[in-house]
Each structure stands twice: as structure tokens, then as C-alpha cells.
Ligand binder design. Sequence first.
Ligand SMILES: C[S@@+](CC[C@H](N)C(=O)[O-])C[C@H]1O[C@@H](n2cnc3c(N)ncnc32)[C@H](O)[C@@H]1O
Length: 243
Amino acid sequence: MDAAEVKEIYNRQVKTKLGGDYEHRRWFSNDLKKAGYEMTRRVVEWHCLEKIELLEDCLELGSGAGTWTKLFLEKCPDAKFDLVDISGEMLDQAKENLGSYQNIRYFEADFLDFKPDKQYDLFFSSRALEYVPDKKRAVLKIAGLLRSGGRGFIITKTPKYLRARVFGRKIPRLHQGQIAPRKLKQLLSEAGFKNIAIYPATMSFPLFKSPKLNRLLFKVFYKHGLNFLSQFFSESYCVKFEK
Ligand SMILES: C[S@@+](CC[C@H](N)C(=O)[O-])C[C@H]1O[C@@H](n2cnc3c(N)ncnc32)[C@H](O)[C@@H]1O
């Protein structure tokens, strides 16, 4: 799906289907989603923030309502964040959510067209890369945006296309752009990144829709590198890398 269609969908959904409150509808409106929020939060705290004391220039792709930006700013309130999102409606939600922080700039743009005026120490993105049509260009763009020694963290959906085919499930076009962990690692490596490590992020026990089981799987797997078993149960994964 091209970027213009993604923009149109997100702008429309935020106003209609999501009732103008993306963050609540996406992360808190039922127990399953709350479990997804807790798992993602733990992943951000453990993998992205644990060893960070000071943050200067940071870039977030597809910030949505700024749900995860908040965590970075709670730990490093002086960090300068640039948020790039293709949806103006989403950025309005982020502005409402993050209004108390003066050190944020908001850019309504397709990431691939974004023209930064500086380089960054940190790149972060949660659940947005899967909507960027050209992953290779996206990864090369990240490589150009990061300073030498800069760090990147991407949380993105684990494709389950084979499973969908087996169960005869049709994947909506919006969700057909997910990239396999191995492929993303290869693109990052080709772009020159080092110390690339992949971990499970949110976990989902197939068919049961059980927050309890999902949390249990998460507890078992989240500190260990993604492997065949954890990939099977992962709904999303987190890639860490350095320039
Ligand atoms: C599923 S939401 C994730 C929002 C937030 N990061 C979160 O985890 O709650 C995906 C976000 O990525 C944005 N997005 C999709 N494609 C994009 C692109 N090409 N450039 C910039 N933002 C994009 C959408 O507008 C949306 O806000």
C-alpha cells in the first residue's frame, strides 16, 4: 500500500473508528490491549532505556499519539525529540498528549520524504515501519540520519502470513507490508549497522486471546534473543542496532 493511502486511513480512523482517542483505543480499551501495552512498555524500558542516562537529539518515526515518546521524556526530560508522522490527525493527538514538553518538534511527513536539518543520537519507532512501503530505503534513511555511535530501536509486527494462509485468513492490504526479522537484520547489516540484536516484543498465544497467557510467554522470553520458538509466539519484535 502506498504512503498516501496509509495517511488517508490513519487520518480517517483517528477521527471516526478510534473516536479521536487513538491511545486509549489502541492500548487500553480491553485487557488484551492493556497486556500489549505493558509488554511494549517493558521492552522500551528494558531494551531502549535501561542503559541510557542522557539523550540529546532523538527522532521517532510514526509516533502516533506519543505513547512511547512519553517514556523517553520521563527518563530524559531534556532530550530533543523530532516526531515524524504521516498523519496530521495523529500528530494532533501527540501534541495534546505531550503538550507539557517544549523540546518536541512535530513533522507531518512521509518518513521517506522527511528532510531533517540535523543528525540524531537515537532513532526509535514502534509499529510504524510495517507501513513504510520501501523498507530498504527506510533503513538507508535511518543510516543517514544517525550520527556515528548513534543507536536505533525498532519495534515492528512479526509477519504471520504463512499461518494466515493455512487458516484461510485474508490479510487486509494495510497489513501486508510486515518484514521478517531475518530480512530486517540483513537490511540493517547491509546499511552498515553493527551490534544488531533482535528480541521478542509483544507475545500472543494463538487462538486463545488470553492476556494471562501472553504475559506468561513474555516473561519467559523477553530478555532472550529471538529464536524459532519465541518468534512463533511473538506478535511483534524489537531490533536494536548501532551505527
Ligand atoms: C500503528 S500506528 C503506531 C503509533 C505509535 N507508534 C504506537 O506504537 O502507538 C502507526 C503510525 O505510523 C504512522 N505512519 C505510517 N506510515 C508512515 C510513513 N510512511 N511515514 C511516517 N509515519 C507513518 C501512522 O500515521 C501512525 O501514526
